[in-house]
Ligand binder design. Structure first.
Ligand SMILES: Nc1ncnc2c1ncn2[C@@H]1O[C@H](COP(=O)(O)OP(=O)(O)OP(=O)(O)O)[C@@H](O)[C@H]1O
Ligand SMILES: [Mg+2]
Length: 117
């Protein structure tokens, strides 16, 4: 049980970032895994990556990593703040793994809930 439109916003934002911060020949990988309790979605790219310092702040409102490049990429820095809020509303969790120049993976875990829960 989940909010279809809101989760759509989550995937659109994260995939949009993956495309925006990758080269034309980049690769994006999406996988989904399910156990009894949770669904885990991983979205990986091999784009520009995010420094460890910036990884701590990307879920803040209006935060954009690497200011010198931000004019080139556009956007308001709100996407991931909204994503995090939507994931929280679903009692889920989101985290990032990234290496500058080596790409970025977002891992989202959502609890499986049925209407009888
Ligand atoms: N896949 C990614 N690869 C590299 N950097 C990323 C990636 N996703 C997010 N970031 C960094 O995190 C920042 C925040 O992302 P967020 O989606 O919140 O903002 P935005 O994409 O800049 O703007 P908006 O989503 O409001 O259009 C980005 O500006 C970028 O610096
Ligand atoms: Mg974005």
């Amino acid at each position: 049980m989940a909010d279809h439109d809101k989760l759509n916003e989550v995937w659109t934002n994260i995939l949009g970032n993956s495309i925006k911060f990758s080269k034309d020949s980049g690769m994006i990988n999406v996988s989904i895994k399910q156990d009894i309790k949770n669904v885990t979605i991983r979205i990986s790219d091999n784009g520009i990556g995010i420094s460890p310092e910036d990884q701590k702040r990307i879920f803040e409102r209006f935060f954009k990593a690497d200011r010198s490049h931000s004019a080139k990429y556009g956007g308001s820095g709100m996407g991931l703040a909204i994503v995090k809020q939507i994931v929280s509303l679903h009692q889920g969790d989101i985290r990032v793994e990234s290496e500058p120049g080596g790409g970025t993976t977002f891992i989202i875990t959502l609890p499986i809930r049925t209407p009888t829960d």
